[in-house]
Design a protein around this ligand. Structure first.
Ligand SMILES: [Fe+2]
Length: 181
């Protein structure tokens, strides 16, 4: 497996608790990749056809898979045994709307971030020093992704409010304008 990660001390000496936390993180990263792939497919549907949303979630799915690969590479570099878990299927088969997708993605992204912070804490405690790789590459990147999703949700809400206001205005003019009552 090709890995491009910077070596970090997380896996050094294969501490069992640290190894288990890394495997849990791998599972969650792969689950996130699976979910974002499912979201990308939703936007690629003929009746949805939102190209930029599709590409956004495809990129994110690839990133999450790469994160899992890097963590697995870390375990291999330290010659640790791997005990992988099953990857659950995404919770939804039909995402329904862009807003629903973004809200679910934000929820998942926060879950991934919380798990990363827990892994970072275990790595720090078990090895007596801070693992900069996790902090500077994974945690910060995840925080930026969370911020981006939040911004997209805010913008979507604003657009929906504008649309509602426009619909009210048109309704006032077109439907109620000729009212005899
Ligand atoms: Fe990730």
């Amino acid at each position: 497996m090709a890995t491009a990660f910077t070596p970090c001390h997380v896996g050094k000496n294969c501490h069992p608790e640290c190894g288990a936390a890394i495997v849990n993180q791998v599972n969650l990263e792969l689950y996130a990749s699976y979910v974002y792939m499912s979201m990308a497919c939703y936007f690629d549907r003929e009746d949805v056809a939102l190209k930029h949303f599709n590409l956004f979630f495809l990129r994110q799915s690839n990133k999450e898979r790469e994160h899992a690969e890097h963590l697995l590479g870390l375990q291999n570099q330290r010659a640790c045994n791997l005990h992988l878990h099953n990857i659950p299927k995404p919770e939804e088969d039909n995402w329904g709307s862009s807003l629903r997708v973004l809200e679910c993605a934000l929820h998942l992204a926060k879950r991934v971030q919380q798990s990363l912070l827990s892994l970072h804490q275990v790595a720090t405690e078990k090895h007596g020093h801070v693992c900069n790789f996790l902090k500077h590459h994974y945690v910060q990147e995840q925080a930026m992704f969370i911020q981006e999703l939040g911004d997209h949700i805010t913008n979507l809400h604003k657009l929906a409010a504008q649309e509602e206001s426009l619909a009210e205005s048109l309704s006032d003019k077109l439907s109620l304008g000729d009212s005899k009552n």
